[in-house]
Design a protein around this ligand. Structure first.
Ligand code: BGC
Length: 251
């Protein structure tokens, strides 16, 4: 089979990472390139870092890029955990300016993780109504039906009880408050029970760095819907970004 190769970049709070992706297997080709996220992480500074990664990789094709933000019609509309100057930034243009003449697709980081998981991760991610949640600095979400994405769902910002979900149950909160897995899992149960009550997916998939320790907390969750850990781990953002631009998915 012909090898189809894409290039994805995942823009995170601490690092910006890019790699060539084999789109028949979901594996990286060559090394992942990482540059520390500039501070302040303004659109211009991040765009320049993205350009450096692409240059370093010697890649001259289309580039997919994730952002921890709502991206509608290639404009960033929110900035919960990133520099506020991203709001209303025409990100397609900003990245297009530093990478002229190529196809660019910018999408939400959790959405990228969702489509990557549906194609290359747990086979159950591609069947039926699935909600993938990423636990990190915030809580990201991707809604999919039979692997097709409904973008920009942002349920990490849902108010559950009197609290915003991600301010109550992200893995950053666990770390900051030094919560045990059982205390934190009880919080995650509260918010996932509310998601379940409203959306009734057939499956939840949990991702983000803390999904590496899934055995310590997923069994403690007490909801009716099955919950499984994402399989792609920290590859998901880059792979989903490369898939998006190659498949011309441009939310
Ligand atoms: C942002 C989302 C993002 C999530 C994970 C949230 O604070 O609003 O857009 O997907 O964090 O990074």
């Amino acid at each position: 089979m012909e090898q189809k190769i894409g290039f994805g970049i995942d823009v995170g709070g601490s690092g910006i990472k890019g790699a060539r992706v084999d789109l028949t297997t979901g594996e990286f080709i060559g090394d992942r390139i990482k540059i520390l996220t500039p501070d302040p992480a303004t659109p211009a500074a991040v765009a320049d870092t993205v350009r450096q990664i692409v240059e370093k990789a010697g890649w001259d094709g289309p580039v997919g890029i994730t952002l921890p933000s709502v991206v509608r019609e290639q404009t960033a509309l929110s900035a919960a955990n990133i520099d506020p100057s991203w709001i209303d930034t025409p990100v397609g243009e900003v990245f297009g300016d530093v990478l002229p003449g190529r196809e660019i697709s910018v999408l939400n980081d959790a959405d990228a993780a969702g489509i990557a998981e549906a194609r290359f991760g747990n086979p159950r991610a591609a069947r039926g109504s699935v909600i993938l949640l990423t636990f990190g600095t915030g809580i990201g979400s991707a809604f999919m039906v039979d692997g097709t994405l409904y973008p920009n769902t942002e349920i990490g910002h849902m108010i559950v009880g009197s609290k915003e979900a991600e301010k109550y149950a992200s893995s950053a909160v666990k770390k900051k408050k030094d919560l045990s897995y059982s205390t934190w899992a009880a919080r995650v149960t509260e918010i996932m029970a509310e998601y379940e009550r409203l959306f009734w997916p057939s499956l939840f998939i949990v991702g983000g760095g803390i999904s590496r320790k899934a055995d310590k907390w997923v069994p403690l969750l007490d909801i009716r819907t099955p919950v499984v850990a994402a399989e792609l781990r920290n590859r998901a953002g880059i792979v989903g970004a490369a898939m998006a631009v190659t498949d011309h998915i441009r939310p």
